[in-house]
Write a protein that binds this ligand. Structure first.
Ligand code: SF4
Ligand code: SF4
Ligand code: SF4
Length: 279
């Protein structure tokens, strides 16, 4: 009986670990590359461990996972192995007709994966917000600006830059590595400046990040989402106040305001006095 109870309690970390391990073994067997087994096993272990610690109530479990996965991808895969894991890397591999690490990363974390785990990438793995979340502006204090159109400009610009490199016959792995370094520095500088200006750590995610062009529509259909038992809700507004992404989380509908902004950080579930919110 106790075992059944424990499995229920830890079902999300167990399911996500199994999903990552399935991908790891499948890619290893399909390609013969041991790298895929080690890479996806590493990520799966960190994600499962972080969620397990979160379930146990450890305050920094999300940040722990974000640093474990984010720094591995930025430092090891990006800077040491020289894989461009940014959106330009996706365009590069697609235009080369190659299924590279960047293509797989996007397919799993940002295009197909969000159908299962929403924007869990944004809450638990992104190396940009791994740094931005260290800033003191955890909840935004100013009303949301109508600047969301910038993400589409960024999205189109990223494709235009890679097309230009191909046109100039400069698209190679070295140039893509330089672009990765420059692109990340640009993201950090803009992200930090915007966070300070708007007093909002997640301003970059709300207005600038081009990846949200994939993440938002896919996460709309996510299996994993914060559900609200509206019968239990006493409309105290605590969840709305603490949410860093302005999600109208005390409305259970999928089309609630800013529904596709939810990063599954679960701050709202922690403060709800009636336990109306669950993931
Ligand atoms: S919106 Fe972009 S920058 Fe923000 S957490 Fe998601 S992927 Fe990272
Ligand atoms: S506080 Fe709740 S609704 Fe807001 S982003 Fe985090 S999990 Fe989603
Ligand atoms: S914190 Fe809970 S009770 Fe309060 S508004 Fe949100 S869902 Fe309702």
């Amino acid at each position: 009986m106790k075992i059944v109870f424990s499995i229920t309690k830890y079902r999300t970390p167990i399911i996500l670990f199994l999903v990552f391990e399935t991908i790891a073994v499948w890619l290893w067997q399909a390609t013969g590359k041991l790298f895929f087994l080690l890479n996806f096993s590493y990520i799966g272990i960190w994600v499962a461990l972080g969620l397990l610690l979160f379930t146990e109530g450890w305050k920094y479990a999300r940040e722990f996972t974000q640093f474990g996965v984010g720094s591995y991808m930025l430092v090891f895969l990006g800077l040491i192995c020289r894989e461009n894991m940014q959106i330009e890397g996706l365009w590069y591999y697609l235009l080369c007709g190659v299924v590279g690490a960047g293509t797989l990363h996007y397919a799993i974390a940002k295009i197909l994966g969000p159908l299962l785990f929403g924007r869990g990438w944004c809450g638990f793995a992104c190396w940009t917000t791994m740094i931005l979340d260290l800033l003191p502006y955890k909840q935004d204090k100013v009303p949301r600006k109508k600047w969301g159109f910038i993400r589409y400009i960024m999205f189109a610009s990223s494709l235009a830059v890679v097309l230009l490199l191909f046109w100039l016959d400069m698209a190679d792995t070295y140039t893509m590595f330089i672009l990765f370094v420059v692109g990340n520095l640009f993201y950090y500088v803009v992200g930090i400046a915007l966070a300070i200006l708007l007093k909002d750590n997640r301003a970059f995610c709300k207005y600038i990040c081009p990846i949200t062009v994939f993440l938002k529509p896919m996460s709309y259909y996510s299996l994993l989402r914060i559900k609200c038992d509206e019968d239990k809700c006493i409309r105290c507004g605590k969840c709305l106040k603490i949410c860093p992404m302005d999600v109208e989380v005390n409305n259970n509908s999928r089309s609630r305001k800013n529904a596709t902004e939810c990063i599954l950080c679960q701050q709202c579930t922690k403060v709800c006095p009636t336990k109306a919110l669950k993931c």
